[in-house]
Design a binder for this molecule. Structure first.
Ligand code: MG
Length: 379
């Protein structure tokens, strides 16, 4: 048997000196005995996968609402792509892959239904009542809302994973915000998120027909990757060629990130995890040239995909739907499940309704809307 102690010893031997070691974790808010054959970060990873919020990611929007087709990314497949990209980079930089994977798997747990438009709607509805932010809500889920243990609320994750989830360094109510940067593992999970969505949104955008390959020719990154693919010998089939180009783009970004991060680690003399955390500057980052190259792609996706009239129409519909549900529950809380209604006696009713809505999947929210507003629908 390979015990936790042996795994921890292996980490000390194999990980780079600036990687966070599980044996040096600052622990959990509610103390628990260690597990015999899983490190604390492996255990967090398992807790996240077994959570209700994680399963719901399957039916939450990334860009395309779930009913638009089975082949688009959902929050869940997006999350898996982020975790997989982050892990590859973590291995190459000899960072703690278990910690990186846990942060990546948890990074979008706080998203409500309908992606960013859902977040905008909840933020507006919660104005004057503490607002809504998906990063903070993810922490609320893992700290409070998941109910799985007899002795404490939430998942009781390690402080390292929780800090990694708080990527924008917003202060958590009741907790002092340390004036530090994120760990290298947390910085990595962030950048991997960006690599994943840039390219899968490009892929989904092309599949949906909302954007066309010809339009991408004027994006230098795309045309360069395409040229390389054609030079190396590509398929005569356009759809395979497209996958080749996207794969080339991801590989390019990942390789560049590894090399630039390594350069920064050396230049900034990072020798321990604390060295990276005491800096203002990000260590896991692209070179300025890569950032310059990425800008036109980012702008293109923003203008042509995220603001495509069909995406905007759906986003606006989603916002109206959430606002209507929010208002209906607040006006008549008897329409809510018993356990949720009871929370309203002790907490701000706005926050309780917001938690309830944020927990919904796209399809649950749509079904609930029909039940409440369509007279011919069973309640
Ligand atoms: Mg994400």
């Amino acid at each position: 048997m390979f015990t936790r102690k042996e795994m921890e010893a292996q980490e000390r031997k194999c990980l780079s000196p600036y990687a966070v070691r599980s044996s040096e974790s600052r622990g959990r808010v509610h103390p628990e005995p260690e597990h015999p054959y899983r490190t604390c970060f492996q255990r967090d990873h398992d807790r996240i996968i077994h959570s209700t919020a994680f399963r719901r990611l399957e039916y939450k929007t990334q860009v395309f609402v779930i009913h638009e087709g089975d082949y688009y990314r959902t929050r869940l497949t997006h999350t898996l792509e982020v975790a997989q990209i982050a892990e590859t980079i973590a291995r190459a930089l000899r960072l703690n892959t278990d910690l990186v994977r846990s942060i990546a798997l948890a990074h979008d747990l706080g998203h409500g239904p309908f992606g960013h438009s859902g977040e905008d709607a909840l933020r507006d509805l919660m104005e004057g009542h503490g607002g809504f932010n998906h990063n903070l809500h993810a922490l609320r889920i893992v700290d409070l809302l998941e109910e799985r243990y007899p002795g404490f609320p939430g998942l009781n994750l390690t402080k390292e994973v929780r800090e990694g989830m708080n990527k924008h360094r917003v202060s958590i109510p009741g907790e002092a915000l340390l004036p530090t940067n994120l760990s290298l593992e947390a910085q990595l999970a962030n950048v991997a998120d960006e690599i994943a969505y840039d390219h899968h949104d490009l892929d989904d955008g092309l599949t949906s027909g909302l954007i066309r390959e010809e339009e991408l020719q004027r994006i230098p990154m795309w045309s360069q990757a395409r040229k390389e693919v054609l030079k190396r010998g590509s398929s005569p089939r356009a759809e395979i060629r497209r996958v080749q180009i996207i794969r080339r783009l991801i590989d390019w970004r990942v390789t560049e990130l590894i090399q630039e991060s390594e350069r920064r680690i050396r230049r900034l003399k990072i020798r321990r995890p604390a060295d990276a955390q005491s800096l203002r500057e990000r260590v896991i980052a692209f070179s300025p040239e890569m950032e310059r190259l990425r800008a036109p792609l980012k702008r293109f996706l923003n203008e042509r995909l995220y603001h495509h009239h069909r995406v905007v129409r759906m986003a606006d519909k989603a916002q109206r739907l959430l606002a209507a549900l929010f208002e209906a529950y607040l006006r008549k809380p008897e329409q809510l499940p018993e356990s949720t209604r009871r929370r309203m006696e002790k907490e701000d009713p706005y926050r309780v309704v917001c938690d309830y809505l944020a927990g919904m999947t796209d399809r649950y929210a749509m079904e609930e809307y029909r039940k409440l507003f369509d007279p011919s629908e069973r309640v």
